[in-house]
Write a protein that binds this ligand. Structure first.
Ligand SMILES: NC(=O)C1=CN([C@@H]2O[C@H](COP(=O)(O)OP(=O)(O)OC[C@H]3O[C@@H](n4cnc5c(N)ncnc54)[C@H](O)[C@@H]3O)[C@@H](O)[C@H]2O)C=CC1
Ligand SMILES: O=C(O)C1=NCCCC1
Length: 310
């Protein structure tokens, strides 16, 4: 047995590329919805004293014979102290023996695989000819979402809204090298009402996106609000849209946007069912992809990284 490898952030950054990651994510979303993935809904431990939580996320891909487990902590208040709000590690194990092959620093994997998942959802749910992308938030996920979505589709205009204008403007500066028209907008309403595709990637626990702002046919990737009492979208937004999720089981346990919605909001399908042709989509309708994040996305990403370093 060779030594266990420690794979650092800089290695992950070097080897993980959207051109391979996006198809790998698309494949595993289908496998998940076909029941070919063994993945419990993640277990979460609340650390009330510090307003944080820690979750463990294991999954086994029966077709690929790959296994990994991610540990993720989310401490929203860290941001105020200049610390990362999320900390993540993946244990990549040999499925055949259960032995540990590698420990991977997983922040870049988490940013990229979440954005790749939203890119896949956008490919299947967004209106044809989407021109304007609005991103709500300016953190790690906002950045990765721009790059993943820009990889699949060239938007004519990208609008960033963020609670803190300075951070929003900094993100605009960075991504303006890759898109002709990028601007910061201090009004969430104005940003949303122009957009064909909206990405919400904030740590807000109350709605920041309202149904009354939405354009016809808009597609929303809602990536934040991963706790049963947290919201990113108001009831009107939820009720105007057809709703797709990564995992029904996960969404019904964790998504405040779905659990708290009045009247009760029905899920149209899992994105894996859409890709697989088992669930028909009307692209003229407003759609939401509610992403909670799945361990199998980490398994697929870690496997790509592992193949590159071996
Ligand atoms: N669905 C998934 O697979 C995953 C979801 N996430 C979620 O995505 C969201 C963004 O994560 P990161 O970019 O890594 O975090 P980050 O800490 O890098 O950025 C957070 C962003 O939220 C904004 N924000 C914080 N509090 C806010 C409030 N009350 N109202 C409006 N904006 C607020 C900040 O200004 C910042 O732009 C989080 O909710 C996170 O938990 C993260 C990883 C995976
Ligand atoms: O899937 C993940 O990774 C996460 N999802 C929700 C927020 C924490 C990280």
């Amino acid at each position: 047995m060779s030594d266990i490898k420690i794979i650092t952030t800089s290695t992950v950054r070097k080897v993980l590329k959207y051109e391979e990651l996006i198809p790998a994510i698309e494949r595993c979303l289908v496998s998940f919805s076909r029941g070919k993935i063994q993945q419990p809904v993640r277990s979460t431990v609340e650390v009330e004293k510090h307003e944080g939580f820690i979750a463990i996320m294991p999954a086994y891909d029966k077709e690929e014979d790959t296994f990994a487990m991610k540990v993720v902590s989310l401490y929203p208040n860290n941001g105020e102290n200049g610390l990362p709000t999320h900390a993540t590690t993946i244990l990549y194990m040999q499925a055949r023996t259960g032995l540990l092959l590698a420990t991977m620093e997983a922040e870049v994997i988490t940013d990229m695989r979440t954005a790749a998942t939203s890119a896949v959802a956008t490919k299947y749910l967004a209106p044809d000819n989407a021109k304007v992308l609005a991103i709500f938030g300016a953190g790690a996920q906002a950045k990765s979402h721009f790059y993943a979505l820009n990889h699949l589709h060239k938007f004519e205009e990208v609008i960033i809204w963020n609670r803190t204008a300075n951070n929003g403007k900094k993100l605009c500066e960075e991504i303006s090298k890759h898109c002709k028209s990028v601007r910061f907008c201090s009004s969430a309403e104005k940003a949303a009402s122009k957009a064909d595709v909206i990405v919400t990637v904030t740590l807000s626990t109350t709605p920041i996106l309202y149904g009354r702002w939405l354009k016809d046919g808009v597609h929303i990737n809602s990536v934040g609000a991963c706790r049963p009492t947290w919201r990113e979208m108001d009831d009107e937004c939820m009720n105007q849209c057809d709703l797709y999720v990564d995992s029904r089981e996960g969404a019904l346990k964790e998504s405040g946007d779905i659990i708290m919605c009045q009247p009760k909001k029905l899920i149209n399908g899992e994105i894996g069912e859409v890709i697989d042709g088992k669930c028909k989509v009307d692209r003229n309708k407003k759609t939401i992809f509610k992403s909670l994040g799945m361990a199998i996305e980490d398994v697929a990403s870690a496997h790509l990284v592992w193949k590159k370093v071996n």
